[in-house]
Design a protein. Sequence first.
Lengths: 214, 609
Amino acid sequence: MQISEELVRQIILDVLKQEQGEGKPAKRQDEQVPPLSFKELGPAKTGTDRNEVVIGVPPAFGTHMTKTIIDIPHREVLKELFAGIEEEGVKARLVRVNRTADVGAVAHDAAVLSGSGIGIGILCRGTTVIHQRDLEILQNLELFPQSPLVDKDALRAIGRNAAKYAKGEHPSPVPTRNDPMARPKYQGLAALLHNKETQYVKPGAPSTELSVQL
Amino acid sequence: MRYIAGVDVGNNTTEIAIGEVSGKGKVRFLSSAMVRTVGIKGTLRNVIGIIDALDLALQPLAIQRKDLSVVLLNEATPVIGDIAMETITETIITESAMIGHNPSTPGGQGLGLGQTIGLPELAAVAADAQPWVVIIPGTAEFADAAEQLKRALSRGLKIAGAIVQKDDGVLINNRLPQPIPIVDEVKFIDRVPVGMPAALEVAQPGRTIEKLSNPFDIATLFHLDPEETRKVVPIARALMGTRSAVVIKTPKGDIEERRIPAGKIILLGHRQKVEVPVDEGADAIMAKVADVYPMEEVQAEPGTNVGGMFEHVRQVMADLTDQPVSTIRVQDILAVDTFKPQQILGSLAGEYALGNAVGLAAMVHTQKLPMQRLARKLEEEIGIQTMVGGVEADMAIRGALTTPGTDAPLAIVDVGGGSTDASVINTSCEIKSTHQAGAGDMVTMLINTELGLEDFDLAENIKKYPLAKVESLFHMRHEDGSVQFFQQALDPRLFGRVVVLTDSGPLPLETRQLLSKIVDVRRQAKRKVFVKNALRALERVAPANNIRLISFVAMVGGSGLDFEIPSMISDALQEYGVVTGRANVRGTEGPRNAVATGLVLAYAEEFGG
């Protein structure tokens, strides 16, 4: 291939255009998302209803932090999870896990509280796990480790699959995607978000039952 | 005294029996072994497997390979079965006239009849008696969509139902003051015509639709004349068994079931020649096959699907035996009716219809050549005299007769991978035997296609092992309903899944199919091939072709070890008053090793001293 000045110029222009294009969502990060209106209903109890899935969130979720790493407002996150669960005819219960911000532990605590034994744990940045109470904390039913790839469709599917496990059906796992660029692109940001999130952890504190106006 | 090894190379396994012959008819069996056959049966690659098996059998004995006097190979009337599937029907929607599918969670229930309208247009229409079926595209959020429907209802509009692109049916329905039937997960919603009369039905959980799967109900709903009613029959048929459906009456909208010309099979008997089109189905083909006996050759119409399949079988056989293709003749076929899930052309929700198909197994008899080539090669490799022994079926029956409690007259059925064989020995020790096309490999093919797995190994596992559903990390429910508990937690990947209980542990299946459905397909496939073929084979060898005149049947071969085939065959033969059992060769080997044992016995009988 012949490399002419024309071609080089064209490539530079293309790259610049792309960079500008990518710059846009960065700007949106400044947009403020108001915190959610949670109501605390006291210490979380273990459910007895076989027909429920418990969603566990860490302390900063929807309060000090209000959107995921790809700027999905936490309101939308919960809405999609709830919708996925409701569509399957299963009930959802929301719990704040105060003692930890580790995704496996949050999800496992939620699963232990759940009447069906199925829980979902989701971090502020979007990392998600579907857990079952009889598993070890570091095991999982389904794990979505790359927070930048957890979009609204994935969240809906996660809610749906958790509900299907609760019903004793056998769902096909939500297809997990893998983006080799997610790490270099987001690792710094993810680390910052993690640090921020863990500041609000109250070790040893019990989990609280929440209701939320979406 | 001489050490003799009997070798039986099968489609799947190579079996060995080693015996010590000390005089005419005097044999003492020392050991036996079994390994997987290397390469296709009858090819030179088999040698590797044979040597492996020999060493395995000699290992516990204090003798060396060189101490063997003779190695005997089975004659293996080389039978190769090939299998193919021909689709004979295909459903085509020429215009968007229907949606019928099984979204896991449709909304509401009941029957609705109205005119189709887009969600945005709903706000602009005036309230009158006209009921509407609202089309809700994926861009609309479920809460908004429900809000708009609610507003329309409060204005006095009649909403008969909704067609939704996303999986939002329950969500929208939960937000409405009164339930309406909603069909969701309609992938190509932009193809749903607007302004047309539509009927929509959602059945209650656990049931299937009743109205839209009945052509006369469709006729009632749309006021169709008899001519038009005739045209909706394929629609009704395609909708049968679904939980939700929409039928839209478009001016030209039509659906047709096209029959694909699959070609003809030509059966050449001693004196007769019969042609039978493949699309007449398996029963018609098999009836003709039974008529034309003895069969000389089976041919297929060239240039058709079935012609291509036959050509393939002959080509494979020709390559294997180094004979020209023209000398290879197909001598038996087994046809089986089956279904193949196929995407409906022009569908709106990515629906599948079960197209009818015919599965064919073909069998080819060839010369002794390949086994003699194999014997020469083996002799070169190990330096021991190698001979091709007697006819396989004769040897098998000799081996089977070593089962305690058996005596002539006796019939055996050998269900293998490629063919089903039967032989009968009468009181005067005359043996009659037959080979039939179709066995284990065909069952695997049927399971693979009917479940739409596109994974031959998985289908093989489903055939071989029972299923279970992992209900919690500490217990699973087996397909017979019994529950097994575990002390150790199971792998989380198995949680909630249907698993195949293979020898190396449970294997999860990623499929939406219910366990009962998979079990059903597996059993049906086994019945269609194994049971049918066992009966067909026994009929051929039975005195006066009457199975009732056989008193004992012993099952030999690998399939005798299957967890359900022996009982299926046994049940089927019970009707004929035949006692059926699994052979126990030499009282120790179970149904295996019959041919290898028979080879050594036959050698001993002719042993001069």
